[in-house]
Design a protein around this ligand. Structure first.
Ligand SMILES: Cc1cc2nc3c(=O)[nH]c(=O)nc-3n(C[C@H](O)[C@H](O)[C@H](O)COP(=O)(O)OP(=O)(O)OC[C@H]3O[C@@H](n4cnc5c(N)ncnc54)[C@H](O)[C@@H]3O)c2cc1C
Length: 203
């Protein structure tokens, strides 16, 4: 019988995988890295694999404070290599397909990775294009969002330069990365150096 540390397995269809992990984690964001660290701490010998293509990790909760002018966005960005726990096999590719019956994940590079337990932590994909004009306008014309590394600094630019008029804050009705983030952004300008501008001219 194959041991849990065998590098490869034959699935139920008779296809051989390139590598096998007792626990395979998809996505090395906050969720994936936390699970990997927790499992590693609980069992130093556990065979854990991680599929994550990005060389950098963004700690997204800090983007609220990037938009508030407290931090530069680089403070929230770390090297993924510094966060992946030791002895976790990191496959630096995208997840292309999951075959739940065969218990095999195929990576963008065509690697077949079999598993006993699968943790899916691939995050939420923001669909800027769902609102016509948003993708083109974001980061200019006073349109800002804290929901991306690229656009968060422009939020502070907008707050700082606000000199009265109508400031419109939106709250998505869909699944959202952080329910509090849009509300914090709405409250924050009242408590910062932009306060006077808001108090004098906000509608
Ligand atoms: C502005 C803002 C403020 C927030 N504030 C808070 C807060 O105050 N408190 C709080 O608890 N939460 C907050 N959040 C939410 C928090 O950041 C998320 O809940 C958390 O990041 C989700 O973790 P995750 O691992 O599911 O997804 P993510 O951290 O988004 O990670 C997903 C990972 O999957 C990878 N990935 C995507 N597709 C693939 C693929 N095909 N193959 C392989 N890898 C892939 C990505 O590269 C990424 O590394 C905030 C979020 C935002 C945007």
């Amino acid at each position: 019988m194959a041991s849990p540390h065998d590098p490869s397995r034959t699935d139920m269809s008779g296809n051989r995988s390139d590598v096998h992990h007792r626990v395979l984690i998809l996505g090395g964001g906050s969720g994936g890295i936390s699970v990997a660290a927790r499992l590693r701490r609980g069992d130093a010998s556990l065979n854990i694999g991680l599929i994550e293509p990005s060389e950098t990790h963004d700690y997204q909760p800090l983007w609220t404070l990037v938009g508030a002018g407290v931090f530069s966005r680089d403070v929230a960005r770390r090297r993924e290599a510094d966060l992946v726990p030791r002895n976790v096999s990191w496959i630096r590719e995208r997840v292309a397909a999951i075959d739940p019956e065969a218990k095999v994940v195929t990576s963008s590079g065509g690697q077949r990775v079999s598993y006993d337990f699968l943790v899916v932590a691939l995050g939420i994909q923001i669909n800027w294009n769902a609102i016509p004009g948003l993708a083109e306008g974001l980061g200019s014309h006073g349109i800002c969002s804290n929901y991306s590394f690229e656009s968060a600094p422009y939020t502070w630019e907008c707050i700082r330069s606000f000199r009265g008029g109508t400031a419109l804050f939106t709250m998505p009705a869909t699944a959202v990365k952080c329910g509090g983030a849009p509300q914090k952004l709405c409250i924050w300008p009242m408590t910062t150096s932009a306060k006077r501008a808001f108090e004098t001219g906000l509608r």
